[in-house]
Design a binder for this molecule. Structure first.
Ligand code: PGA
Length: 251
């Protein structure tokens, strides 16, 4: 049985005060988590104060990106070891906004995933098609190729530690959520891809989250699908009660 994971991607939102308050409010809902694993991913600079706000709570801390090199002359970048130092357990990699606005290719994402896996961090690796690709019937090809490229060269032991997030780009921040059938079909496709690239054991344990306009009112339906193992939540993770309602749907 896969443990559901609900992760909040705060993106470039909040400030020092509101980040700590939001984290505290999420942690205060811990009695509602049930069997769900819960994480929040604030901007880099707020990791220490959010980490402090979460101290003693079951909410995990995550980052939204990292660089693959361990240290050195890479101005503006942050390494996996630094994230661990700041208390992170998770790191989101290959988010569509990174791919779209910062030119991250599957090869770049792959280097980051491999670097994260050299540490205890759990990478949350995002894939997802553009609207035009869906309309052209290319969804399966696109997500399979992103999965293969982003996760190239991972051993069985490594792939078991990865969380995949399927986030159709057209559903992110748009209020247009994929239907349960649309999402479940892609999740099943990704799981079958894992099975053919590795084996049934791997396919059975790797968690595949859905992301893209997940809200309190659509979460239970999405999360009831057999191959949807949690959610990566953007907008709705910025209000504790909205986020906790999504957690309620997962437990
Ligand atoms: P959204 O973002 O929930 O605001 O659509 C999801 C994401 O980008 O991870």
């Amino acid at each position: 049985m896969r443990t559901p994971l609900i992760a909040g991607n705060w993106k470039m939102n909040t400030d020092g005060k509101s980040a700590a308050a939001l984290a505290k409010a999420v942690a205060a809902g811990a009695a509602r988590f049930g069997r769900a694993e819960v994480a929040v991913c604030p901007p880099f600079v707020y990791l220490p104060e959010v980490g402090a706000a979460l101290a003693g709570s079951p909410v995990g801390l995550g980052a939204q990106n990292m660089y693959h090199e361990p240290s050195g002359a890479f101005t503006g970048e942050v390494s996996a070891a630094m994230l661990l130092d700041a208390g992170c357990r998770y790191v989101i990699l290959g988010h569509s906004e990174r791919r779209q606005f910062f030119g991250e290719s599957d090869a770049v994402v792959n280097r980051k995933v491999l670097a994260a896996l050299k540490t205890p961090l759990t990478p949350i690796v995002c894939v997802g098609e553009l609207l035009a690709q869906r309309e052209a019937g290319q969804t399966s090809d696109v997500v399979r190729s992103q999965l293969a490229g982003s996760l190239a060269g991972l051993s069985e032991e490594q792939i078991r530690r990865v969380v995949v997030a399927y986030e159709p780009v057209w559903a992110i921040g748009t209020g247009k959520v994929a239907t349960v059938d649309e999402a479940e079909a892609v999740h099943l496709d990704l799981r079958k891809t894992l099975e053919s690239r590795y084996n049934a054991g791997v396919a059975a344990v790797v968690r595949i989250l859905y992301g893209g306009s997940v809200k309190a009112d659509n979460a239970s339906q999405l999360l009831s699908a057999p191959n949807i193992d949690g959610a990566l939540v953007g907008g709705a993770s910025l209000k504790a009660e909205d986020f906790l309602s999504i957690v309620d749907a997962a437990r």
